[in-house]
Write a protein of this length. Structure first.
Length: 431
């Protein structure tokens, strides 16, 4: 009984080592080789021809030699993947793979490294995995060789890389030995970028001219506070310095440095409603790419301050100085968030209005028309939206979502760009 258990354990371990950890597979050439060998062995047995027996013996020796090499070659090999720092959808990139031979005396030949790429955000049953092969001719003992492959991922999002698989059919290619390297890496693919048209540049220049005029009239407070002055007509109530007012017995306000750079205010409205088709997904991706391009251009030029908001499955509003660091943070966020069935636009618009300086122009990049939004906010649907986005306490005052949607008191004008029609082509183009 004990001997039987030991025998079964030995067979199970041998089967695991051969077919799971280091799998051995006969190639198509190997099956053809075995078919010819079977005919030779059959002829030698029937005809009793010694020459055929000798030929069959040599062929069997060749096959077994290839099997031994296939079993031992993938052993003691270490593989590492070196992905690029930034990857954009629709743009080819180079993935570098390094393989090290830990043996002291024996070199390995004809190594194939197979990598696996799949969308991580999708269900496993729907994820379409892509396999990419790279080839290394020889790795000497105690050395490291590098291989690379070029790839292009069409969609933004998170991708899983791996596990890597090492295989070799050296020396004859009749039998291939494989070994799977454990470990899966995650890759974040940023949205595809395009380029902004001259019409967009003209729009930003006209907006800058309007902001400069409004800043001279109203005295924006985005600079550093450096003094106190008397109250003037047109000053905002939030600028009042109450201690100085009580001491001087007259209204006094804080004085700020005059701003000398433009303010970019842009809102991304990723609403899909009940539509889930491929055409709607194209509109969503186009809007995300348009918004990402605006962020990239503004941050690469250090164009003053950037006020940007996104109404998606998770809404975000952020006001910060335009810089490369801000650009990468926005691209990271856009790569991992999808559109929303709910109408998040009133919430984000109310928050943007609270932070927008007087006279600024808002640009809305949306997946729907402005008429669709107006129709959504009629009757019971309007009351529901206002209940969801009403009464947010911000900086000691209340912002009402309905009032924010209906009134544009803090904004000079709003430009609505529908990415589902033809309007977006005036301002945005693919590279």
């Amino acid at each position: 009984m004990l001997e039987k258990k030991l025998h079964n354990r030995f067979l199970s371990r041998l089967r695991w080592r051969l077919f799971r950890r280091r799998r051995i597979a006969i190639s198509s050439e190997g099956w053809h080789y075995l078919l010819v060998l079977a005919f030779i062995v059959g002829g030698a047995s029937l005809r009793e021809v010694n020459l055929l027996v000798a030929l069959a013996s040599m062929m069997i020796g060749v096959f077994l030699t290839n099997a031994v090499f296939a079993f031992t070659t993938p052993r003691r090999l270490e593989v590492r993947r070196n992905p690029p720092k930034h990857i954009f959808a629709g743009e080819p990139f180079t993935m570098e793979v390094s393989i090290s031979n830990a043996r002291r005396r024996v070199a390995v030949w004809t190594i194939t490294i197979r990598d696996r790429l799949a969308r991580a955000a999708r269900p496993r049953s729907l994820a379409q995995a892509t396999h990419v092969d790279s080839f290394v001719m020889r790795v000497n003992p105690q050395e490291t060789q590098r291989a690379s492959y070029r790839c292009m991922l069409p969609h933004r999002g998170r991708y899983s890389l791996g596990p890597l698989e090492i295989s070799s059919g050296f020396p004859f290619g009749l039998v291939r030995g494989r070994r799977r390297v454990s470990g899966v890496d995650e890759l974040v693919v940023y949205p595809r970028l395009g380029r902004l048209t001259p019409q967009w540049d003209q729009k930003m220049k006209s907006q800058l001219a309007g902001e400069d005029f409004a800043g001279q009239q109203r005295g924006w407070n985005d600079g550093d506070y450096y003094g106190i002055r008397e109250w003037r007509s047109g000053d905002a109530q939030r600028w009042i310095h109450w201690r100085a007012t009580a001491r001087l017995n007259e209204l006094a306000v804080r004085q700020f440095e005059q701003r000398d750079s433009r303010e970019t205010v842009v809102l991304l409205d990723l609403w899909r409603g009940d539509r889930h088709g491929p055409e709607q997904q194209k509109v969503v991706e186009r809007a995300v790419s348009f918004f990402a391009t605006v962020i990239s251009e503004a941050c690469s030029q250090n164009a003053g301050r950037l006020l940007a908001g996104v109404a998606a499955e998770k809404h975000l509003v952020r006001l910060a100085a335009a810089s490369p660091t801000l650009m990468w943070e926005w691209l990271q966020w856009l790569a991992t968030h999808e559109s929303s069935r709910e109408n998040q636009y009133p919430l984000v618009l109310a928050e943007i209005q609270r932070r927008t300086p007087p006279g600024a122009e808002l640009v809305v990049i949306s997946t729907r028309t402005e008429d669709t939004l107006s129709a959504l906010l009629e009757g019971p649907a309007r009351e529901q939206v206002f209940q969801e986005g009403a009464l947010h306490e911000r900086a000691g005052r209340e912002v009402v979502g309905g009032a924010a949607l209906g009134s544009m008191a803090d904004l000079a004008s709003t430009t609505w760009i529908d990415c589902g029609g033809e309007q977006w082509k005036r301002y945005f183009q693919w590279r």
